[in-house]
Design a binder for this molecule. Sequence first.
Ligand SMILES: Cc1ncc(COP(=O)(O)O)c(C=O)c1O
Length: 424
Amino acid sequence: MLAEKVISEMMADLIDLPKDKVRALFSFGGTASNMYAMKLAINNAVPNAGKIGAPSNLHVMITANAHFSHKTVGDWLGIGIDRLVQIKADEESRSIIEDAEIKTRSIIEKGGVIAGFQINGGPFYDFAIDDIGAFIDLRDRLIKEYNLSFSPHIHVDSVIGWIWLVFNGYDFELNPLKIPAEILPIIKEQFKRKYQVRKADSWGVDFHKGLGGCPTPCGLFVSNNSNDLLLLSKKERGIDTHHLGNDWSLEDPSDITLETSRSAGKALSAVGSLLVMGKNGFRRLLANQIFCTKVFRDLISEGDYFLVGNPHALGFNTMVLLSPGNKRINWKEFLSSVSGDDKLLDHLNEEVKSFYEFCLKSNSGDISRLGCSFSKGFYKTKSGKAVSALKYCLVSPHANSEHVKNEVDKLKSQLISFRTLKNK
Ligand SMILES: Cc1ncc(COP(=O)(O)O)c(C=O)c1O
């Protein structure tokens, strides 16, 4: 519990909120953080929901490009995924505020309840961070105009994207860590978007993902208003936890946690990771991954065989696609060449999948497994067709330009071998 408190204070420090306002709880990962947020949203909107269940007019707004776990928790909490309303996303995968406004107004005007919003704080594949401030404004306008009796909960799913917060307090002008100038604006922009999480009600952090350096699972649910957590109190809704020693415990978080028993391992491993790395350690690590990602994307885009499917993404993953006809094209040109040509897209999807499997299965002689995984549908075209790609995510602290160059050479040479063998 002490480690958990220390980490709560560190989280408060990352977003410049008073230490006693922020309270973080370790749980079983990103899914758990989303679950805490949705449960808080329900209990806040409908105070007796813990006794009588969530009413059938209750809705939670989620985003088109959200991780699937938001739907999982909507299902497990008994709201049902049909009452999770998806906000459309723009080309960068950021949620469109106007769409959120139209949908929320329509639900409220029909007598529905918007319990909360679960928005993006930098998920795969685009690491898109929503305009958190705009969602807060929308929420506040809805409260005022419809005279709502409660404030819909705003949660930011930042389980991967939290890492940008380590740049809080960094002097981007002086740049003491000598971060390469070409990536400094990328980091600065993503940090600026992320820092808005201080205005949200809650957010998630996974130290087991991306660059956090802890064993799975090591997830943290962070509440920016520690008093909100009392909405989860078992006591308050008549659950008698007499099996526990709460009468003599000085502090009993099990009154507000989902789990009765929680491992101390998560908090200890996170304290270890944060103290060993320090802000500057994480800054260096993140800057290196962004730098290598830039080198990787540039090299991919310079060749004729592949293209980058998420050139706008400010994070450290890259989606790699096969260029149709080995012609150097960019992502926009790719989309226009497959639009209306389902056969071409099916062929490219099939080929990139076969190529990935060929490298994975051969794994001998000149052919070896690629340093990526595969995604069958990281993007949906306007007509709703999935686009497949190789999914590269640079998380090793040892990554450098040479490794990246070797991987790009390997991609090219193995693609040539794959096609030669296929055509025999
Ligand atoms: C953005 C996001 N949210 C939630 C989750 C679920 O996290 P977990 O697997 O730790 O439950 C993931 C998993 O990758 C994720 O990327």
